[in-house]
Design a protein around this ligand. Structure first.
Ligand code: BG6
Length: 500
């Protein structure tokens, strides 16, 4: 049974970049599903703000296409659509122009007057990061963010390009807002399976006592994608996979695996515990980056029997690009719990499959009392957290294979979301958007968290930017990355794990 808390208070969602891809693919479909499943109050409005001239009706038609394609709800009946479409409107204007903001303020006021209520104002930046400053300045000049109790701002990643620019951006935001009004999105934190890491660790008595260096040998976090950079070449070529994935998604997952138990479920308590992990990560010395990090870039190949372009041939990418599309990084968390346990992070574009998972590799038993002949297929325990697809958790352990001889085999104990709950978990954005409306910051990144995450990756970024990789492209589309990534983990006596 689903337990629904109270609907969020009346809210106006102002999306800068409301005509763009993110709104079309993610935000509008998620808002629609929240509406359909009655998570929203009747008093909610979405105002898309963007450059392109469009009427309200054109805007609604465009969003309907996006919703029918991406929400998982399929075709919407006209009656259902009418009920929803009335909550959507569009304002065409330049983000530089004070008049845009005057008209926006008037529209917000008009909506509140019609409701007879004060609403929460959520300013969502679904624009390229370069526009954030402009929008902030204009909002401030139009006195639209004066009321600190009823305003929130939402920022998509990338949050800065490096530690310095993230600090500048934080300062800029904190001049206008309080930290409690700022929602920095990392959509991985909205994934059901990622949220479940805390439930799994801290609502069961079995795992926490063995969740440390005495029992855990190593941890692997893999986020693999089968697609390349698709239509995002010009963004990606200035970012690279470390900025795009490791600085945020993979480090956030690492924090949840490595953090200490929280005292309660308050946003600040959980965020404090996560930031402790980031601060404990051993700094990679710039002179030894090669020992801790491997980079790769895909060259042409075939994917599902079809020819696929190499990264340098992708639209928007420089033909001499040295941007990495694959990275593997080894980190250590210097504290009592994790001292000397390697955390291997690996992510890449155009790998053989789409898969995100965490592999907790336990240590071998201290003494093998079984006859050597029983141990041919022996393997220490493993716990796999499947983030996506086939969401679930798998614990593998040794069992005696039935038969007249003693022979041990690894077997699996499985929890599958689909088998247990008979439905796929909700889209991460639904959770995150509802949390923003309810004013719950638990799943969002705080200023110090973002900066601490940048500090972890800065040595790698600095060294890679200063030194030509020399061997790019060094893996073909559809492979598991460069050969060097295999050797990198093998020399520690480990190997990469991929669920079958
Ligand atoms: C985004 C990255 O944050 O995450 C993309 O910018 C990447 O490059 C995407 O493709 C992956 O998200 P998911 O939810 O499909 O694993």
């Amino acid at each position: 049974m689903e337990i629904k808390p109270m609907a969020p208070p009346p809210g106006i969602f102002i999306i800068f970049g409301g005509g763009g891809d993110l709104t079309w693919r993610k935000l509008a479909p998620s808002i629609y599903n929240l509406f359909k499943n009655q998570w929203l109050s009747d008093e909610f409005a979405v105002i898309g703000v963007d450059l392109k001239p469009m009427s309200d009706d054109d805007y609604r038609t465009r969003l309907r296409q996006g919703i029918e394609t991406f929400s998982g709800s399929g075709k919407i009946s006209n009656a259902d659509w009418e009920r929803f479409a009335g909550h959507l409107s569009y304002l065409n204007g330049n983000f530089d122009d004070p008049n845009t903001f005057e008209r926006l303020a008037a529209k917000i006021k008009q909506t509140e007057t019609a409701w007879g209520k004060q609403a929460e104002h959520v300013f969502y930046q679904a624009t390229p990061p370069t526009l954030v400053k402009n929008i902030l300045d204009r909002l401030e000049a139009a006195k639209m963010v004066k009321d600190r109790k009823h305003c929130r701002i939402v920022l998509e990643k990338p949050f800065g390009r490096d530690l310095e620019s993230a600090r500048t951006l934080n300062k800029m935001l904190l001049r206008v807002f309080e930290e409690s009004q700022i929602y920095r999105i990392d959509h991985y934190l909205g994934k059901e399976t990622v949220q479940n890491i805390l439930a799994f660790r801290f609502s069961n008595v079995l795992f926490e006592p063995i969740w440390d260096r005495r029992y855990i040998d190593s941890v692997q976090i893999t986020v693999a994608e089968d697609v390349g950079v698709e239509h995002r070449g010009s963004y990606f070529d200035h970012a690279g996979i470390v900025r795009d994935m490791i600085q945020n998604h993979l480090l956030q997952v690492l924090c949840l695996i490595a953090m200490e138990p929280m005292v309660n479920f308050d946003a600040s308590e959980i965020r404090n515990k996560k930031v402790d992990v980031l601060r404990a990560i051993r700094q990679i010395p710039e002179g030894r980056v090669d020992e801790f990090a491997i980079r790769g870039q895909y060259g042409p190949g075939t994917m599902d029997g079809k020819k696929a372009l190499g990264y340098r041939q992708e639209p928007g990418v420089s033909p001499q690009s040295t941007t990495e599309t694959f990275a593997a990084i080894k980190l250590f968390v210097d504290n009592w719990r994790w001292q000397d346990v390697p955390f291997y992070l690996r992510t890449g574009k155009h790998l053989p499959t789409k898969l995100s998972e965490v592999c907790i590799q336990f240590r071998p038993v201290p003494h093998r009392s079984f006859p050597a002949s029983a141990l041919n297929n022996w393997q220490p325990n493993r716990l796999i957290v499947r983030i996506q697809p086939d969401e679930g958790i798998v614990l593998s352990f040794q069992a005696k294979q039935p038969g007249l001889q003693v022979y041990l085999n690894p077997v699996d104990m499985r929890f599958s979301y689909l088998e247990t709950y008979h439905q796929a978990p909700p889209e991460a954005y639904e959770t995150l958007l509802l949390d923003i409306m309810r004013d719950d910051q638990t799943l969002f990144m705080r200023d110090d968290q973002v900066e601490a995450a940048w500090s972890v990756v800065m040595p790698v970024l600095n060294v890679w930017e200063a030194n030509d990789p020399g061997d790019f492209p060094n893996y073909t589309v559809g492979s598991w990355g460069p050969q060097a990534a295999e050797e990198f983990i093998l020399k520690d006596g480990n190997s990469w794990f991929v669920s079958s």
